[in-house]
Design a protein around this ligand. Structure first.
Ligand SMILES: CC(C)(COP(=O)(O)OP(=O)(O)OC[C@H]1O[C@@H](n2cnc3c(N)ncnc32)[C@H](O)[C@@H]1OP(=O)(O)O)[C@@H](O)C(=O)NCCC(=O)NCCS
Length: 162
């Protein structure tokens, strides 16, 4: 049900398990773009590891990654990891295509439709480096609340379904 290919308004949403080879390569390029990878906890993985990772998603019921496209152009990626369907919560992640500016709100809105409406989750949790001001202001602008802090470097934001 969740691993599929669908549209939300004019945004095409493709689960990574359904990506074709060209899109897998595009995602690899995007994820390793210096403006993106510097904000990620996991960096410097090879193309082979990327292909292997996407393969593992086919069997994993706790990780869902989606490529977002608008008019055929990659807008960004949203991910849900550690999805807990019993407690109805999940960690999440977003990144945009660096050619765009101010698309964070749109990407978060798609994440919320997937998490809250399609997956029927109640809580989204976002972990972010404390110096990642663009992401933090995007989360705060969209109603995410800072909660417990694991370390000085990593902040945790949550949003609950209304
Ligand atoms: C997180 C992310 C999706 C947020 O995107 P965004 O909200 O569109 O913001 P941008 O990065 O395009 O920022 C452009 C500017 O527009 C501002 N902006 C964006 N949307 C805005 C809005 N709706 N209203 C007012 N200002 C806005 C931003 O605050 C930023 O302002 P600044 O340069 O003066 O600080 C994006 O920054 C990103 O992909 N970052 C790299 C990956 C990342 O950090 N992911 C999160 C890991 S936890």
């Amino acid at each position: 049900m969740i691993k599929e290919h669908f549209f939300i308004e004019d945004i095409e949403i493709i689960n990574f398990v359904n990506l074709d080879r060209d899109d897998i390569l595009e995602v690899f390029r995007l994820r390793n773009h210096p403006e993106i990878s510097k904000w990620m906890f996991h960096k410097n993985f090879s193309l082979q590891e990327h292909f292997n990772f996407i393969e593992t998603l086919k069997k994993d019921k706790t990780k869902f990654f989606y490529l977002l496209k608008q008019e055929g152009i990659i807008l960004g990626v949203v991910s849900l990891v550690g999805v807990d369907f019993l407690d109805k919560k999940s960690y999440a992640g977003i990144y945009k295509n660096p050619i765009f500016s101010k698309v964070g709100d749109k990407i978060l809105a798609i994440l919320e439709i997937i998490a809250f409406e399609r997956m029927q989750l109640k809580t989204i949790i976002l972990e972010v480096f404390s110096h990642n001001y663009h992401a933090i202001s995007c989360y705060e602008r969209n109603g995410y609340i800072k909660c417990k802090q694991n370390s000085k470097e990593i902040l945790i934001y949550e949003k609950h379904k209304l």
